[in-house]
Design a binder for this molecule. Structure first.
Ligand code: BDR
Ligand code: CA
Length: 310
């Protein structure tokens, strides 16, 4: 039976490919795409989700707008990576897929209540929407099977020296999620940096010779330039689809159990994930921490998903 899943995202180049993967694989049933402010303003992220779904012909998945910014403070956007639109590179036509009338919050709450099975949440942006739902409706925890998120790192950060972007944008929300008591899988930079879109990978996508393959090549080309300019990467890491891949086939992503705490007040380190890999703190484990990716099978999965759109 397919795993019911809500993708909570901030598209974003890698979020866009996560949408393609989640909407096409038979092992998951994509119930909704919800957005929050992150890579760009929430309005732009919703527009980008609608753009991707319109191009891909994903017409039966509601797209709902969520939080404009973090629980505390103002929104820090990832324009330096994803551009002014949040999905710079390709030219998109006016999207045909509409935005849902419900807010992301109301849609998530309704789906959790109504779905006969517990639902898996896959956040690939800041954790604001998820934290707001958990705060407002703690009783719905039993309707959540697990949270498999892209965020954090066992090593250093990307948005600041010690903080990964998604956690850094809303550390208080991340703190709520990691202390929720729910099963949480953290797909951090230490694993997503294994998912490099190398020239070989891009060639394989180009060789599909399909409109969607060409669009993905354009997205990856823009993303690649951002990664080279900002961090000196010669191939960009495709972060967000790794979390979706973990839900589709858990054997793709090897995890260890560890206590993870979120730095919310650090003078220099706000948003850092303190991952106690060696159990030095004596704190109980609260996360499955993704460590090793089966890179070959991951790209087979991702490229197969792109190919399925023709
Ligand atoms: C994360 O930040 C965003 O730029 C990406 O979409 C990804 O979710 C990586 O740190
Ligand atoms: Ca993202």
């Amino acid at each position: 039976m397919a795993t019911p899943l809500i993708l909570d995202c901030d598209p974003g180049h890698d979020d866009a490919l996560a949408i393609l993967l989640a909407a096409s694989h038979p092992a998951v049933e994509l119930l909704a795409i919800t957005t929050c402010g992150g890579n760009q303003t929430v309005e732009k992220c919703t527009l980008n989700a609608r753009r991707m779904c319109s191009v891909a012909g994903i017409v039966d998945v509601p797209i709902a707008t969520g939080a404009r910014g973090p629980l505390l403070g103002s929104l820090h956007i990832g324009e330096y990576v994803h551009g002014i639109s949040g999905l710079d590179g390709p030219a998109f036509a006016e999207p045909t897929v509409p935005e849902a009338a419900e807010s992301a919050h109301d849609l998530i709450v309704r789906l959790l209540r109504e779905h006969p099975e517990p639902v898996t949440l896959v956040p690939t942006g800041p954790l604001t929407n998820i934290a707001l739902v958990l705060q407002a409706h703690p009783e719905l925890k039993e309707n959540i099977r697990e949270i498999v998120l892209m965020g954090g790192s066992t090593e250093r950060g990307n948005d600041t020296p010690y903080a990964e972007f998604n956690i850094r944008v809303d550390p208080e929300a991340a703190d709520i999620v990691f202390r929720s008591g729910l099963p949480v899988t953290m797909c951090g930079l230490n694993i997503t940096h294994q998912a490099l879109a190398t020239p070989d990978v891009v060639d394989r996508i180009r060789a599909l010779g399909t409109p969607m393959g060409d669009l993905c090549v354009e997205l990856l080309t823009y993303f690649s330039a951002s990664y080279l300019r900002t961090w000196g990467f010669t191939s960009p890491p495709l972060h967000d689809p790794v979390a979706v891949a973990r839900v589709i086939d858990s054997s793709l992503v090897e995890c260890v159990e560890a206590p993870v705490a979120i730095e919310t007040h650090g003078r220099f380190t706000s948003g850092a994930t303190c991952v106690d890999l060696h159990h030095l703190t004596g704190e109980p484990d609260n996360a499955h921490v993704a460590m090793t990716l089966d890179v070959e099978r991951f790209w087979d999965l991702m490229i197969g998903a792109i190919a399925s759109y023709g």
